[in-house]
Design a protein around this ligand. Sequence first.
Ligand code: GTR
Length: 336
Amino acid sequence: MIRYFKIAVRQFLAFLCMLGACETALGADTLVLRAAENHPSDYPTALALKYMGTLLEEWSGGDLAIKLYTGGQLGEEKDTLEITIFGGIDLNRVNMAPLNSIVPETSLLALPFLFRSTSHMRAVVDGPIGDEILASLEPYGLIGLAYYDSGARSFYNNQRTIRSPEDLAGLKIRVQNSALSVAMVEALGANATPMGFGQVYESLLLGTIDGSENNWPSYESTGHYEAAAHYTLTRHTMMPEVLVMSEHRWQKLSLQQKNLIRRAAKASVPYMRKEWDKRVALSKEKVLSAGVKVIENPDLSLFTDAMAPVYKKFVTTEKMHGLLKRIQATQDASVL
Ligand code: GTR
């Protein structure tokens, strides 16, 4: 298995060199960090990584730079995460969901109806709990650098209006590659179909799936709204995005380089949040003007009531129970 991965990583590195991304590409002394991003280059997470790269180049006097591969060029999140762990990708911006099967603690942030608001989510990830969860990635070969916003995920489909779990019954709903996402959608009575982000549009057109779930900017930027025009704002999870670095690469850096990378990653967060808020507004406008049927305020109690088994299945250890209580007790950022 390990041998297979080593060969795959070597082939992958050769492929990157073909794309012109060997370490020496920007100048003999520049260490170029390869970064994976599955959104297009104008998406807020991609803009944040570009900004981080500019800061790094400036602060390191050209010693460090980022080469960004957007639009899923390096593969689906599940695969790029494995490659990152094995050292073939240096930086990777992923959602929490594909990390759930690698690092159990990350499931906490993916729990349905956990965060009361954006400011609650931000208070949690910006504080000690956020740091503890980032630190829990390290034994798995990943260095957690920062969280980015991902808004709230809601259901969309091309069959009917969803107002309650009964309306979801029997629909084939695509989910991210996470056992928690599967359990959540099944607890609501739908058939969960895990698949990569890049396959969703075509699968909607082909009828392999009837719908999926995501935030406003992803629903819009992927064009999913054209293929599934019923959107119900269930806001069932607010799991954030996360920027991770390969521990392989990390070990080879000087203390000064590590500090610069951590600082630049943190500095990109407020920048990202501004871009995020702007993009949510633009995406909403575009989707609404395309005539998508949006149910703004479904009765959420019908959905939350079905979630107890998901909590039971995924909050398993004493450590996780403790973290969950602390998350629930965290005050919103605006009232701190
Ligand atoms: C988006 C997220 C992506 C990816 C995608 C998905 O909101 O930003 O990284 O996880 O959802 O549904 O696969």
